[in-house]
Design a protein around this ligand. Structure first.
Ligand SMILES: [Zn+2]
Length: 430
């Protein structure tokens, strides 16, 4: 059937697979839709295994109500239709029951998006719709009423979440980010009371993000640099697959020589990053026509000062970030692997990357390969892409173990004398 091969059908499949693959829905829960300019609504089918969907399974409900496709539309079609009627500006809707958001839904709380700098902008205002029978017109009216207030992300009491956007990419990113906020807040609540960003903090981000580098015109990418770009993209996608990056967050850079480096662009979806998307910084100038990550000046300062570093990652995985949004210090003396790769892991102030990139870069000497930036990110420096990626993974796994261990008992750290032996045996810098 040719219509089922259309762009909306393919996009629905792409994002449903993504949501299922990354643990944000079960096989039976969740549905997505896209509204076209002519009023047709494309929607995922009712009762088809989310793990085995094909593009032919997608259903089109025409503006006149006729249904095209080999299945019935999702049983939640009524609320999709009512949201589109209420909000002509919205063109796509994501609905699912990811576990962390369901946790918030069943205690009837809204996740806080003010733990880190970008989440509030991506998710916008968030509402809560009263419970009603699934598939009912009443549920549709309850949800559409909140959307009618200009809100695009709506928690559903004892159910899940619905997010609308100008396209499916935008709706998905807000949905994924809200789920991330929920996961972060849950992890953080296990060790303390999370600190929220203030209006002054947001002002610092706005002010410093506006600053840009001079630009240069690229004369093509040679094969050697292309190979580095391909390898970097592989690690970026792997970081996404491992839950270390989200679609909109996570910065990776790699040194090319004394002064030049490659860095991830601002805003591109990390899952689909291509070698050509990476931004080259050459002699302090940025490749024309691309926007480098907002933390580019910090990366530049690290490569300028720390000759032993040739790769830097800024990331926000939820377990290590639980330590960034609460007061509990992160102590890597859990298992030898953690201490060897993470060492002291200091906590830096929220504004350190924005206001003092040079002073902050000076901290990343060989004995300090990683630091947590309060309410912001974790910074990892290393020798090469694999070593740096490994360090980030170890940081997140170590943090996860500490968070889980608290349910079991008191954490026992490796003692000072044993640490001295580790330093000697593995030739760790002081
Ligand atoms: Zn549902």
């Amino acid at each position: 059937m040719t219509t089922q091969e259309s762009r909306p059908a393919r996009q629905l499949l792409q994002f449903m697979e993504r949501i299922y693959r990354y643990g944000m829905t079960t096989t039976s829960g969740g549905n997505l839709s896209i509204r076209e300019e002519n009023g047709d609504i494309w929607i995922t089918p009712s009762g088809v295994d989310k793990g085995a969907l094909t593009v032919q399974d997608m259903v089109c409900v025409r503006a006149d109500g006729t249904v095209e496709g080999s299945h019935r539309p999702s049983s939640e079609f009524p609320f999709h239709r009512l949201i589109y009627e209420t909000r002509p500006d919205l063109k796509a809707i994501v609905h699912a029951h990811p576990p962390a958001l369901v946790s918030f839904s069943i205690v009837r709380r809204i996740p806080d998006t003010r733990l880190l700098p970008n989440e509030r902008r991506i998710c916008g205002r968030i509402g809560m719709a009263p419970y009603a029978l699934p598939g009912s017109e009443q549920l549709g009216r309850n949800i559409a009423k909140v959307f009618g207030e200009g809100i695009n992300s709506v928690m559903l009491e004892n159910h899940g979440v619905v997010v609308g956007g100008r396209d499916l990419f935008e709706a998905f990113q807000a949905f994924e980010t809200l789920d991330y906020c929920a996961r972060l807040e849950i992890e953080a609540a296990r060790i303390g009371k999370p600190t929220l960003l203030t209006d002054d903090d947001y002002a610092i981000v706005r002010e410093k993000s506006a600053a840009s580098l001079p630009v240069y015109r690229s004369e093509g990418i040679d094969e050697e640099e292309m190979e580095v770009r391909r390898t970097m993209c592989g690690y970026v996608r792997r970081a996404y697959d491992q839950g270390l990056f989200t679609s909109t967050q996570g910065t990776f850079s790699q040194r090319l020589n004394e002064t030049d480096f490659l860095i991830t662009p601002y805003g591109c979806d990390r899952k689909y990053l291509e070698p050509e998307d990476l931004v080259c910084i050459r002699g302090g100038a940025s490749e024309e026509g691309k926007i480098p990550s907002q933390s580019v000046r910090f990366h530049q300062a690290v490569y300028g000062q720390q000759k032993h570093v040739d790769s830097v990652i800024l990331a926000h995985p939820p377990c290590i970030m639980a330590f960034a949004v609460t007061d509990l210090p992160f102590d890597s003396r859990t298992i030898p692997e953690s201490y060897i790769l993470l060492r002291g892991t200091p906590k830096l102030s929220f504004e350190s990357l924005y206001n003092e990139p040079e002073e902050t870069a000076a901290l990343f000497v060989p004995s300090t390969p990683i630091a947590i930036v309060k309410n912001n990110c974790v910074v990892v420096a290393g020798q090469g892409l694999l070593n740096t990626f490994d360090r980030l993974e170890v940081a997140e796994y170590s943090a996860k173990s500490i968070l889980s261990a608290r349910a079991l008992g008191e954490v026992v750290h490796i003692e000072d004398a044993e640490i001295r032996d580790l330093k000697a045996a593995f030739k760790l810098a002081d």
